[in-house]
Design a protein. Sequence first.
Length: 297
Amino acid sequence: MADCYLCGKRAVFRTEAGPLCAGHFSKWYEDGVANAISRYSMVNPGDRICVGFSGGKDSTVLLAALCRLNLDAELVAVTVDEGIGGYRDDTILAAKDTASRLGVEHRIVSFKDICGKTLDELLANSPQAACSVCGTLRRRALNAAAREIDADSIATGHCLDDESQSVVMNYLRGDVTRATASFNSNSGELFIRRIKPLCRSTERATVAYGLCNNLLVPLPECPYTRYALRKDVRTWLGKLEYEKPGTLIRIADGQEELLSKMPKAEGEMKILGRCEKCGEPTANRLCAACQQLERLM
Ligand code: SF4
């Protein structure tokens, strides 16, 4: 790769403006995260932010970048231990190490504590449902943990690739509710506001930032990934982005514009009350997590 166009040092990443060395690239990446935070008014002065911190590359970069930005906010990292054999133990060790190096308070909550079973035990007869069950229970676990630590928001490491994949997956599944849920999907006093500071940063840049700043260690892949629709969509969109750069941001921006044109009421999730079983907010008798657990237990 050519030299950094700002200082002439060896470049590590090519941006639209030109190639950048590790130092200038890191600054460029952090500026991108700061711009996303400002664009969507994600952080208010004095906020206490619960950072969903799996210990994987995206959430590790998220936590490090939030620390570097010196926000007027307090960070608490929360790792959800789903109970996935051969995978989660390693990532928890990495998470503990990173949180300690960054000097961030770190808490761990587990599916076992919340519902009495690990994800592996819940999925003994239906591993194909892994990501749907895992995602639903993890959302509930994070929401409950954030309430417990009195957080104002929950930050997750979803990057631009994840956001664009989700848009496409919602349409592939015909899931109109999720496809139109961005408006006030955080509405309701029991829900903690969700923020995604990496939502304008590509996965490629996120990984490069992690490598440049010695944040990443080799970790195993979740064994359930093979069942995930996201895996196919990720490959497909990755190929499109390579051949037609800008595809990911066009999908994300297109969805944002579409939602901005919708009458607000149609985009709102109706939160009518609490789940009869666990007390979490829901529009139904049982919340999505308890519905999943009823099917599986
Ligand atoms: Fe959970 Fe699926 Fe991610 Fe594995 S790949 S951690 S099962 S969402």
